[in-house]
Write a protein that binds this ligand. Structure first.
Ligand code: KIV
Ligand code: NA
Length: 269
């Protein structure tokens, strides 16, 4: 069975084999992620990773759609989830529907993700009732950096747990098919995972979650600074730099291109 996974397929994985998710923004990495992961997130982290921005705040809907299309072309089995960027959905549920419908129609992806719990519940319900599968995102919500002031782990003091739990519950009750828990202390992530009926996808939220997501470039060792919760599965930065240095050196010494890299004439002139 090689059909593409759907939001209901992911929902059905609650409490089962953990869901493996990675970000991708382009066709070639999508093809690799697609071979092993259940879901691919076209995250607005592309603002930092692809464009060198400081935060996700400047990312636009057009940027998300362009990269969502690339990831759809590069994948065939994973559920592709595209982030709604800051400013495209917070003003009203109608604004959110308009933007989310554009993402679904123009990329062919299977779901969108948006940040916020209680405050976004009405919008999530509006989208889901109208045919748009929604992945929630609570805990640390990077699009709110300008009101938060800094990126900090959430729920390290049990006195702060109640609003975060309420956010996760609100997202589930509104009909989301899963929810990202970002930078949440382990016992709180475990409690939320036990309490909500939808899969929790952790990033910096412990192995108690129903699945995990990481930014691909972070786990490959390509990002200059990464949070504590990132495990580096490869260290591609230095090997890419070695390749670039070798290339530049061979260009300067005319070692590259060699005979195997040039087109010979068919008949001697
Ligand atoms: O944009 C992103 O990559 C994300 C994940 C880190 C969850 O939202
Ligand atoms: Na994001």
């Amino acid at each position: 069975d090689d059909r593409r996974l759907t939001a209901p397929d992911i929902l059905a994985r609650k409490g089962g084999v953990p869901i493996a998710m990675l970000t991708s923004y382009h066709a070639h990495t999508a093809r690799l992620a697609d071979q092993h992961c259940d879901s691919i997130l076209v995250g607005d982290s592309l603002g930092m990773v692809m464009h060198g921005l400081e935060t996700t705040v400047p990312v636009t809907l057009d940027m998300m759609i362009l990269q969502g299309l690339a990831v759809m072309r590069g994948s065939k089995r994973a559920l592709v989830v595209v982030d709604m960027p800051f400013g495209s959905y917070e003003a009203s549920k109608e604004q959110a529907f308009h933007a989310a419908a554009r993402i679904l129609k123009e990329t062919g992806c299977g779901a969108i993700k948006l940040e916020g719990g209680v405050r976004m519940a009405e919008t999530i319900r509006f989208l889901v009732e109208r045919g748009i599968p929604v992945m929630g995102h609570v805990g640390l919500t990077p699009q709110s950096i300008n009101t938060l002031g800094s990126f900090r782990a959430q729920g390290r003091d049990p006195a702060d747990w109640a609003p975060i739990e309420a956010d996760a519950r609100a997202v589930a009750e509104a009909g989301a098919f899963s929810v990202v828990l970002e930078a949440i202390a382990e016992p709180l992530a475990a409690k939320i995972t036990k309490d909500v009926p939808i899969p929790t996808i952790g990033i910096g939220a412990s192995a108690t979650c129903d699945g995990q997501v990481l930014v691909l470039e972070d786990m490959l060792g390509l990002s200059p600074r990464v949070p504590k919760f990132v495990k580096r599965y490869a260290d591609l930065g230095p090997s890419i730099e070695r390749a670039v240095a070798a290339y530049a050196e061979e260009v300067r010494s005319r070692t590259f291109p060699g005979p195997e890299n040039v087109y010979p004439v068919k008949k001697a002139p």
